[in-house]
Design a protein around this ligand. Structure first.
Ligand SMILES: NC(=O)c1ccc[n+]([C@@H]2O[C@H](COP(=O)([O-])OP(=O)(O)OC[C@H]3O[C@@H](n4cnc5c(N)ncnc54)[C@H](OP(=O)(O)O)[C@@H]3O)[C@@H](O)[C@H]2O)c1
Length: 245
């Protein structure tokens, strides 16, 4: 049985990734910051013993190391970094004058340094596996070429551009280890905000959005067809084409 570890698995794209990978027969290590409050994930795990929930905040580096140690004998065919701080707060939608610098630093910690720490801690477990793949959910918002030509989401865009550079740089390391790492854009996905988050900027009102199910089905195909020569690239969920930085 193939095994995948998915971060941010309690809602949105992460929860759908759990649902679909488990449906395909994978063992799924589904991580959440607050497993007790992860109602939908807990319900999935109750119905399917292949889904195992672990507690993980990607900004808690000691916690990341502790989970990697706990799972040290578990080969990971796919390590999937999905957790992200999405731009659902007022300053994200306004001009540079309203940047919330605390939010910006936190976005960098969650979206860029979090995946870097995750990969460095779990790389030995990926190396032990059959498939040896790492997928990092990024965003076109972090692309200079294909990001929206608008002055918004400074914190988020900068954190995802930094993430893209981290994935690109990690690719040189993973290539030597027989592991492939790629960043993937999930498309514009209608995931729901939770209490305390703003409703706009969530894509839920935009006509061109796709469902989490549609995005995830395509992401799974892109991951399945990853090859070692794709190390350190940024791919589109839709067809696996390379997105320019
Ligand atoms: N939706 C889109 O249109 C879209 C577009 C481009 C890229 N993306 C990317 O796709 C990924 C998932 O997006 P989504 O729409 O599903 O977002 P979402 O609904 O806002 O869910 C975000 C997930 O990340 C988790 N998370 C946040 N901070 C964390 C931390 N410090 N440690 C661990 N987990 C943390 C959240 O957990 P809590 O419930 O505990 O907060 C939640 O599970 C993100 O990386 C996002 O940037 C999404």
């Amino acid at each position: 049985m193939s095994t995948i570890l998915i971060t941010g698995a309690n809602r949105g794209i992460g929860l759908e990734l759990v649902r679909q990978y488990a449906g395909l027969g994978w063992k799924v290590l589904a991580t959440a910051r607050d497993p007790a409050g992860a109602t939908e994930l807990v319900a999935l795990a109750r119905a399917d013993p292949k889904i195992i929930i672990e507690k993980l905040d990607v900004t808690d580096h000691a916690g990341v190391d502790a989970l990697a140690l706990k799972l040290k004998d578990q080969p990971l065919d796919v390590l999937l970094s999905n957790a992200g701080k999405t731009p659902r707060y007022t300053s994200a939608m306004q001009g540079a004058g309203t940047i919330d610098y605390e939010q910006a630093l936190h976005s960098y910690k969650v979206n860029a340094l979090g995946p870097a720490k995750l990969v460095s801690a779990f790389l030995p477990l990926v190396q032990k596996s059959g498939q040896k793949k790492i997928a990092v959910i990024s965003s076109k918002a972090g692309s200079f070429v294909e990001g929206p030509p608008m002055s918004m989401m400074y914190e988020y865009r900068a954190s995802k551009a930094a993430l893209n550079m981290i994935v690109h740089t990690l690719g040189f390391e993973t290539a030597k280890m027989g592991v492939v790492i790629a960043a993937i854009s999930p498309g514009s996905v209608a995931t729901r905000p939770v209490e305390g988050e703003l409703g706009y900027g969530t894509n839920t009102r935009q006509a061109y959005t796709i469902s989490p199910a549609e995005s995830v089905a395509a992401i799974i195909k892109v991951i399945a067809s990853l090859t070692p020569d794709q190390n350190g690239v940024f791919l589109d969920y839709k067809d696996g084409r390379v997105i320019p930085w």
